[in-house]
Each structure stands twice: as C-alpha cells, then as structure tokens.
Ligand binder design. Structure first.
Ligand code: SF4
Length: 509
C-alpha cells in the first residue's frame, strides 16, 4: 500500500513516501460528491425518473424490482411498485435505492399480475416520500396508481387553476395534477378520462396508469422521453429503456409511438392500441443518446453505445488533434472516446479511473472533510498520462467546474497537454422536459465563448461536436425536422411552448 497520502484541500500538498517532503499535487477544488442536485459527482445533468410496467405475469412485482434495478441510473432518491391482480391493489414506496426500498418481506405483499414501478431522482428540496411514485389515489371509480417519467410544462398553470377551483394538492408532483384532471373529467370511463387529461397537458411524459382492472400506457405526442415495450413469454413489459427488459429476460418489441395510448385489460387480457393525439413534431431527447441512457439500451432501434462511438468518430473528423493517448471520462464518455481513438489511430487508454465503491453514504461528511478530498471519486493514472499529450473526451460541460477539476487531475498526474473534446454541442439552455438542469446563468456555455470556456477549464484546446455532426452520428433518418430530435438545450428551439424561464428559474418540477 502506498504511503503517499492525499491530505490537502485547496492549495494543499502531499506527503511523499514518508520523507516529509511535500509535493504539490492539487491546487484546485477537490473532486467530490456534492450535496445538492447540481453538484453531483460529475456536475452532470440528471434524469428525473424511470418507469417499468408488467402486464400478465404472476411474478409482476419481482420482475418490476429487477427492471427498476436496471433503471436505477435514472433516479436514486426513491422507488416504488404498485400491483393489482384484479381484486387486490397494493403498493410499496420508499426513499432510497431499489435494493434499499424493497426486500423479500415487502415484495411478498405485492401479489398480482399487473405492476407498475418507478425510480425517482427529485429536484432539490423535493426529496420526500409524498412525491415518491407510483402516486396512488382513490377516485370515484376506485384505485388509481400513476407512474411517469418527464415533466409537464403547463402543470404549474393547471395546478393554480385547479387550486382556485377548490382542489387540494398533497404533493408537488406534476403527476398529481394529472390525477386531478382525471378525477374532474366528465367521463366515468377511465380510458376517456385519461385521454381527456392528457389532451390538457403539455411537455414530456411516459405515463403508466393502473386501476384494479386496467393498465394504460401513454407517451407524449412529441416522443420527448424514451418509452419502449417488450415481451416476456405472453407477458407485456414497458420501460423507459430497453436495458430493463434484458434484466428480466424479456425481449424488446418496439418503441411506444408519440401520442400512442395502449389499454391492457386485466379481465379479458385484451390489448387495445389507440391514440390520444396524432404525432406532433417528433423530438426524442438527444441527451438520452449522448449521456442519459445506458449504453446497452436501444432507442428507436439505435444502440446507445454504438451511437456514442459514432459521436466520437465524428468528433475526431471535426476536431482532430495530434496526441499520444485518448481517454474518456468514466463512465458515459468511454464509448465516444473509443470512437475518437478508432477514427484517429491514437491509442485509447484508461487515463481516468472512477472509484466505483463510493456509492451513497448516509453519513454526510462535514464541509471541511469534503474539501479535504476524503472522498476522491476519480483518479488520473499517472503511468498512462505522464509526459503524454492527452485527448480527454467528455459528453458535456454543464457549469465547467468539473471539467476544470478533471483537466487539473490529468495535469497533476503529469500530462504534458490536455485537449478536451466534447461529444455534444455546447449546453447553453435549460431543459423543461424532465432533466434537472441549472438555470441558464449557471450554464457556462450560455455565458462564455468556446475560447473563454477553454481558458476556464485550463485546457490546451477545446472543441464541441456540431449539432449536425451529432444528429448524423445518432443516425436517425433525415426526413424530419432535426432528424426527429429535441436539441433545445443546444439551440434554444423547444418543440413545445415552455414556461417563462425567468419566472420559473429552471426547468425543474
Ligand atoms: S432540452 Fe436537451 S435535455 Fe431536455 S429533452 Fe431536449 S435535448 Fe433532452
């Protein structure tokens, strides 16, 4: 074991091999897990939710457990599953990871052949059990559970109107707004009431609605958030990402179409394919391909790892730099780094290593310990980068603070040059569709030029992938506007009306 101890905070040094000599290794901020939603491990954007549904399987709750486990990257604050067998209706929700919320005892209480599950990452200040999904309501026709991924851009306005009309809300979740719209619908039939509600909301959503005898599945009419269906034998599966089907031994069947509504009837076993809206301008979130989705997931028949590799290749064609090694910021940038290396012939190396076993902690370190780097999450591999010209691939720059830290890590480990290549265009606009983003003023690309960002992150050179290059790399057909993607965080062209950002402050729910 090395006795080289990292002991310092900002501006602190390192005691080398017990000699007492102090060598300066680190002069910037430490690279630690933060305590608020925007100061996480990589100062990255965060998905807010993942959903999983099962219809027609006696082990519906257990399958949901494993499906949600595969979707854990989409939300780590809370998890829940509700189950019905036609007569009974049970649910369990809790704060924490899927493996922390569920155990053999509580899963055993969730018997039934139809289940919906949810993992949630809440925005700051809203991490509470009341908002954990599935949200469960009693309405005039009986029990109703709802799980969703996304964000309804007009939910605050609808909520204000409903409150003026006497509605009382128990959560701050958009989902409850939809429940109120369903409850107030003039239709007694749940399918018509759901359609009625969905026609009043705008934004991004992948909804699972569950009553005692029906599962209703709906995706927003732009297809902003991913939503796929699959099969396990005769059972039907639904999920935010196809990796959840692999986790339960199921098979991907197809994406849910934008504006599509599926009704699955527990009494008859019938599946009805319907719509609540025609497809509007198709706009799947480009950041799913760049960063959010798991590399083993497919969205719209495109494998995420392969798309990221193509982004890396494209980046190499757009912004080649002569260097000795290519490295990617783990984990989401590894695929793009491999693509960059393949295209240029510069060897790909693991120049940066993430400590996988830090995980969540229930003991919040003091600010002092935090700044002293007790929880270093990322290391530069000295033997790989020392004396080398390094191309560092990352998938995005949000506020720039983390990029600076990583560039400095590489420099302190001896890299002679650090060239940063980003496999997405500059992220300059907040998201209103279910991605937790800082306000526009905090986004470094909104307030600085590329050259100013380069200086701010201490890189020798910096290039972002162009939007056209990104869309070509993802590879969807070229027949629709933007090849069917949302790229609003890059180009400020939102596919739906969005609220007054200045009033809202950010794109959060
Ligand atoms: S604004 Fe960006 S992050 Fe949000 S849905 Fe559109 S592409 Fe995705």
């Amino acid at each position: 074991m090395s006795d080289e101890l990292i002991v310092g905070g900002q501006g602190a040094g390192v005691k080398v091999n017990g000699t007492g000599a102090v060598r300066q290794l680190w002069t910037g901020n430490f690279y630690n897990e933060g305590i608020n939603s925007h100061d996480g491990l990589f100062d990255k954007l965060r998905e807010e939710c993942g959903v999983f549904g099962v219809f027609g399987h006696v082990e519906a709750a257990s399958l949901s457990y494993y499906g949600l486990h595969a979707l854990q990257h989409r939300g780590q604050e809370s998890a829940g599953i509700s189950v019905t067998g036609g007569e009974s209706f049970n649910y369990h929700r809790g704060m924490g990871l899927v493996k922390e919320v569920f155990n053999n005892e509580n899963l055993a209480t969730l018997s039934g052949t139809c289940a919906i599950g949810h993992v949630r990452y809440s925005t700051s200040g809203e991490s509470k059990l009341a908002n954990a999904q599935p949200l469960v309501f009693k309405y005039r026709e009986g029990d109703l559970a709802i799980a969703t991924n996304g964000n309804l851009t007009n939910a605050p306005d609808i909520k204000k109107r409903l409150e003026r009309e006497g509605s009382i809300f128990q959560t701050t979740s958009d989902t409850e707004v939809v429940a109120h719209l369903i409850a107030r619908s003039k239709h007694d039939d749940i399918v018509l009431a759901v359609k009625d509600a969905l026609l009043q909301v705008e934004g991004a959503f992948a909804f699972l609605f569950q009553t005692r005898d029906k599962l209703i599945v709906a995706r927003d009419s732009h297809g902003l958030r991913p939503f796929v269906m699959g099969r396990l034998g005769t059972a039907r599966l639904f999920a935010s990402e196809s990796c959840a089907f692999d986790a339960v031994g199921g098979k991907f069947e197809r994406d849910i179409e934008p504006g599509e509504l599926l009704i699955l009837d527990l009494k008859t076993g019938a599946v009805t394919y319907d719509r609540f809206s025609p497809v509007k301008q198709r706009a799947i979130c480009a950041m799913e391909y760049i960063y959010f989705a798991r590399p083993d997931s497919d969205i719209d028949e495109t494998n995420i790892h392969s798309a990221r590799k193509r982004m890396g290749r494209q980046l190499a064609m757009e912004a080649f730099v002569d260097a000795d090694v290519v490295t990617g910021v783990p984990d989401s940038s590894i695929s793009a780094a491999i693509g960059y290396a393949e295209q240029t012939g510069i060897p790909y190396e693991l120049g940066l290593i993430k400590n996988r076993y830090t995980g969540r902690t229930f003991i919040q370190p003091s600010q002092e310990l935090r700044e002293q780097g007790v929880k270093m999450k990322l290391s530069a591999v000295r033997s790989i980068v020392e004396g080398k010209r390094v191309v560092m691939i990352d998938d995005s720059i949000v506020r720039g603070t983390t990029s600076l830290r990583i560039v400095n890590l590489l420099r302190e480990a001896g890299a002679s040059e650090v060239h940063v290549r980003i496999s997405s265009p500059p992220f300059a606009n907040p998201c209103f569709y279910g991605i937790d983003t800082p306000s526009r003023q905090e986004l470094i690309a909104a307030v600085k030029s590329v050259e100013e960002i380069r200086q701010a992150i201490n890189a020798d050179s910096l290039h972002f992938l162009t939007k056209d290059g990104l869309l070509a790399a993802i590879g969807r057909p070229n027949g629709e506007y933007n090849r069917g993607h949302c790229t609003a965080c890059f180009d400020n062209h939102y596919p739906t009306p969005v609220p007054d950002e200045a009033a809202l402050g950010c794109g959060c729910d």
